[in-house]
Design a protein around this ligand. Sequence first.
Ligand SMILES: O=c1[nH]cnc2c1ncn2[C@@H]1O[C@H](CO)[C@@H](O)[C@H]1O
Ligand SMILES: [Zn+2]
Length: 362
Amino acid sequence: MHLSDNPATPAAATVSEWIRRAPKAVLHDHLDGGLRPATIVELAREHGYTALPTEDPAELAVWFRDAADSGSLERYLETFAHTCAVMQTREALQRIAAECAEDLAADGVVYAEIRYAPEQHLEGGLTLDEVVEAVNDGFREGERRAGGRITVRTLLTGMRHTDRSLEIAQLTVAHRENGVAGFDIAGGEIGNPPARHLPAFQHLKRENCHFTIHAGEAVGAESIHEAVQVCGTERIGHGVRITDDIAEDGTLGRLASYVRDNRIALEVCPTSNLQTGAAKDYASHPIDELRRLGFRITLNTDNRLVSGTTMSEEFQHMVDAFGYGPEVFEEFTVAALDAAFLPLPERQRLIDEVVRPGYAAL
Ligand SMILES: O=c1[nH]cnc2c1ncn2[C@@H]1O[C@H](CO)[C@@H](O)[C@H]1O
Ligand SMILES: [Zn+2]
């Protein structure tokens, strides 16, 4: 089923008040997939980018969601050409990062790891280091504007189809004291297995640096196996196709067992999965089965603009599909902080001083 066939799904879907107030943590959210549509229009005008499908912000938001709602990851990813086109200067990157932090904080997000691929922001003449510095400055500004209600860290993404992943891994290590919490690889999964980027992962391991890998979204269990057992990933972006290794009666194969028993977090993004064809609809999305089987599940947006969603809306979809109450979202939020690439005392402080009291007060 495509989202556009479902009248309950547009971004304006009503969200219960308690969901907005609930403290949330997001581990999987792309900076270049979550811009404000009005910001894209303004920046496009400023920079003379004329290829936008429309200059009306509301129409643009609908365009992204519909264009991404194709059933194919490759077509979903084509829409990012329009966001990356306006993310080529220091000012634009700073502004977009600051607005991202503000928007997440307004949605009740208290901790966010935001990822982006620095190599996609060099067309205006910035260096990789300048890109990272601009985004970091923007996030610090956004945290200030949100009155300290949110903590943001970044993940630097290497693109699966290019050959710069080792360089991006080195960039991650170089900026680790400066708001960069880890590394990721993203992009089209078919034909680009994660082991192509082994030198990047080996460098990160040697440097004791965190990483996650998009796997098990467009390709099945073999991609997850490679990400976990060959590349040594700590978390899995999406990972929903781990169900390939689970029998109908719930018996786990060896890979599924390994992932569950080692508490390797799955960064699950239900709405995005519906758009790329990784799942059919919310009600049959494997998140509920995986949760009941004991996997470490985190709930995420993937791309707030491109998927037309927010953390609150993802929560609401789960309430509607599975009847989840606050206790399940508290579990997802604590799971996200347990799996966050943040030092243990900081994770523990967020759980004890922000998340637990926030849910107790709902
Ligand atoms: O769900 C996804 N799967 C794979 N790649 C993705 C997904 N969402 C976004 N990107 C890719 O990651 C880049 C850096 O943020 C984006 O430009 C997009 O190409
Ligand atoms: Zn993603």
